[in-house]
Design a protein around this ligand. Structure first.
Ligand SMILES: NC(=O)c1ccc[n+]([C@@H]2O[C@H](COP(=O)([O-])OP(=O)(O)OC[C@H]3O[C@@H](n4cnc5c(N)ncnc54)[C@H](O)[C@@H]3O)[C@@H](O)[C@H]2O)c1
Length: 324
């Protein structure tokens, strides 16, 4: 049976997902939805037979879709998940789930009343190196972890506005918070300090902080610090999460995993494409009803969202915030 997939959003990441779907056997991109017919038709033209729409309702009324990919900016989710849940249509939604926690939590309540298969684009979980890291950590006592997402400011306008993206920690560094939860367990409390140093003077209309550091207390008793910045001048940057245990250092980044203990260092390069693995796990669930290969579903991602939103609250109040 061929699966018919719809894609909402017509930007960079819709194309990434759409192209993977188009290359997957037994799947077709049947419909695309954008903020204008022009944008929707332009994306649809990449995929043979796909039709463009300028509203989700029109797309769902017209096409019999087996699943929908939601690849819209954080502030643009309004009503989309609710409509898909009401119609019983599985969806893969890109991270972050929104700019706050209340909206996603309401959607979670809807899902509890009327479950559909969901997957969230926390793709680091699908890296083989992340699984290796998780397995090793299960046999060790984590002392602490240090993470960093040090980069430059993405070019899209919505990212720069606090109400558009939620800021770097909610929009981008969320990947590291989610990986921390995946391999080291739940976060109970956060304390954050954010600042505005450079970027708002370089560009008009920037309201997101451009530096931040967040201390996280885990249920296990371990402590983590995850810092981020978007002040760097392009072409230079670093992203990674390192764990310090009684056995040594486990240093993970998206391309490489390094284990250092007793003067011996073992390095694994990791070139597998986690987006393909993520999509195959989701499609398997849609086809068979077996969701066990999905490593981040909506309910799990709401917990990551709770941590990143608590960090924002802490940065504003100057107080640490406990996560319920
Ligand atoms: N998992 C990852 O590695 C990864 C990487 C990049 C982006 N993303 C996520 O994907 C999402 C989209 O990012 P992007 O880079 O494609 O952004 P983008 O700015 O390139 O594209 C966003 C698209 O959404 C459209 N849009 C906005 N509001 C809409 C609405 N109400 N209905 C339909 N379309 C609407 C815009 O017109 C635009 O085409 C973001 O949440 C981002 O965080 C995830």
């Amino acid at each position: 049976m061929t699966l018919n997939i719809g894609i909402v959003g017509t930007g960079w990441f819709s194309k990434v997902h759409g192209d993977i779907l188009a290359e997957t056997e037994g799947v077709r991109v049947a419909a695309t939805c954008g903020t204008s017919m022009e944008k929707a038709n332009s994306l649809a033209s990449r995929y043979p037979g796909a039709k463009g729409f300028d509203s989700l309702t029109a797309m769902l009324d017209s096409e019999r879709l087996d699943a929908v990919y939601l690849c819209v900016p954080p502030m643009a989710h309004e009503g989309m998940e609710t409509e898909l849940i009401a119609r019983g249509i599985p969806f893969l939604v890109e991270k972050p789930l929104g700019v706050d926690w209340d909206g996603p939590n309401k959607i979670l309540e809807q899902l509890r009343r009327k479950p559909v298969i969901t997957s969230v684009g926390y793709h680091f979980r699908y890296k083989q190196s992340a699984l290796h890291l998780k397995e090793l950590l299960e046999g060790q006592t984590i002392g602490m972890a240090l993470g960093a997402w040090m980069g430059s400011m993405p070019g899209v306008g919505w990212w720069r506005r606090q109400e558009g993206s939620g800021g770097q920690f909610i929009e981008q560094t969320t990947h590291l918070v989610d990986l921390l939860r995946y391999v080291a367990g739940e976060v109970e409390e956060v304390y954050a300090a954010y600042g505005n140093r450079i970027v708002h003077e370089q560009h008009e209309g920037v309201t997101v902080p451009d530096i931040g550091t967040v201390t996280l207390k885990l249920s296990s008793g371990a402590i983590a610090n995850i810092s981020n910045t978007c002040v760097l001048p392009g072409a230079v940057g670093e992203v990674g999460l390192s764990f310090y245990t009684e056995q040594g250092i486990l240093a993970w980044d998206p391309d490489k995993f390094e284990i250092k203990n007793n003067g011996v260092s073992t390095s694994y390069s990791s070139t597998d494409n986690p987006y393909v693995a993520e999509t195959l796990a989701f499609l398997h669930a849609v086809r068979t009803g077996d969701a066990s290969r999905i490593r981040s579903d909506y309910a799990d991602a709401v917990r990551t969202q709770a941590v990143t939103c608590a960090a924002l609250e802490s940065s504003l109040t100057g107080q640490s915030v406990r996560i319920l």
